[in-house]
Design a protein around this ligand. Structure first.
Ligand code: A2P
Length: 343
């Protein structure tokens, strides 16, 4: 069987990766439609050696589609979701617009694949740092329930889109030339700098990105009262995120068992060379599918604590790859139909 797929936001950082992944993974396609804003209409992108022309998004563009992979920002997703669902397509949405909607499954295929079956036309792709963390933590949680997570992130420019990545390069150049760096995508220069994630801060002092890690992790791992606290920082790295994670369990976690669980886990790779002090770096993770995990060690301040470090490609597993894997999961299991909508 093959499927008719549209990419909404095809020209963006995630959109172009979606296109590359559909080709690389040989997703069974009978039609591929590239949609973006009217600014991009008529431009061309290559797919399997052929040039495809980008169309401006419109209601009629979704007719007959089986999947719409959307990565054009929350407001664009909200604006077109009804039309996509009405057209009968399954929308795999990379934005945060529907993630916490109880009707919408929030899926990391390695963690909660069965949740995808209960969609009513929309399946949400989680926040990038949350996806990477859940891939690494679920195999540990399966052995011993995690009681508390303390995470600090080191997030690359790619999370803010293709233009932001370009801007970091320009900023680096400008600073080296002794010029004032252009800062349009971010509130402050990111080159040779870092700053807390520039999303809205709530009454408790947590920014939106940090609350996504709290709430989405609970939903994906199906532990509504899981204790999670996060500090999210943007760093001048182009496309892979890193995370320092402290976990607390009810009992000490055997280190060998933790390493073995990560090494065996789908979507994760254990990468540590203690003699060389070599652990996952963004340059190792960039362009890779797996979340690289290392520096697994006992927390010396807490007998029931475990420390670990990970890096994962924000554009791939953090966004485009996870979205394509969701579409594959739905296609392979014949979950395109909506159980609740037809009831
Ligand atoms: P366009 O290139 O035509 O602006 P990124 O996350 O890298 O910034 O990419 C955002 C993607 O979302 C781009 O493909 C962009 O298309 C698309 N996009 C942004 N705004 C709209 C909109 N109002 N309608 C459709 N697509 C949009």
């Amino acid at each position: 069987q093959s499927y008719r797929v549209a990419i909404l936001g095809a020209t963006g950082a995630v959109g172009t990766e979606l296109l590359a992944l559909l080709e690389e993974r040989n997703f069974p396609l009978s039609e591929l439609k590239l949609l973006a804003s009217p600014r991009s209409a008529g431009k061309k992108l290559k797919f399997k050696g052929e040039e495809l022309t980008i169309e401006a998004v419109s209601e009629s563009a979704f007719e007959g589609m089986d999947f719409v992979l959307a990565s054009a920002g929350g407001s664009t997703s909200k604006a077109w979701a009804d039309a996509i669902v009405k057209a009968g397509a399954v929308m795999v949405d990379n934005s945060s617009a529907f993630r916490m909607d109880p009707q919408v499954p929030l899926v990391v295929p390695e963690v909660n694949p069965a949740a995808a079956q209960n969609h009513q036309g929309i399946i949400a792709n989680p926040n990038c740092t949350t996806i990477l963390m859940c891939v690494a933590l679920q195999p540990l949680h399966d052995i011993q329930p995690i009681r508390r997570i303390v995470v600090s992130t080191y997030q690359s420019a790619s999370g803010a889109g293709a233009r932001a990545m370009e801007e970091v390069k320009q900023q680096t150049q400008a600073i080296l030339n002794g010029e004032t760096p252009p800062t349009e995508s971010f509130p402050y220069p990111l080159a040779f700098n870092l700053f807390p994630h520039n999303t809205t801060i709530n009454d408790q002092g947590y920014c939106e990105e940090e609350m996504k890690m709290v709430n989405e992790t609970r939903k994906i791992m199906s532990v509504p009262d899981l204790k999670v606290t996060a500090t999210c920082i943007r760093v001048p790295v182009l496309r892979a995120h890193a995370e320092s994670i402290n976990l607390e369990f009810d009992q000490p976690f055997d280190l060998a068992a933790a390493r073995q669980a990560i090494a065996k886990a789908p979507g994760a790779e254990l990468l540590e060379d203690w003699e060389k002090n070599y652990f996952p770096m963004p340059i190792d993770a960039s362009g890779k599918d797996d979340v690289l995990v290392g520096r697994i060690r006992q927390d010396i301040s807490n007998p029931n604590g475990l420390e670990l470090w990970l890096c994962g490609d924000q554009i791939r597993k953090g966004a485009a790859l996870n979205a394509v894997q969701i579409a594959e999961l739905v296609a392979q299991n014949n979950w395109l139909e909506r159980p609740a909508a037809s009831a």
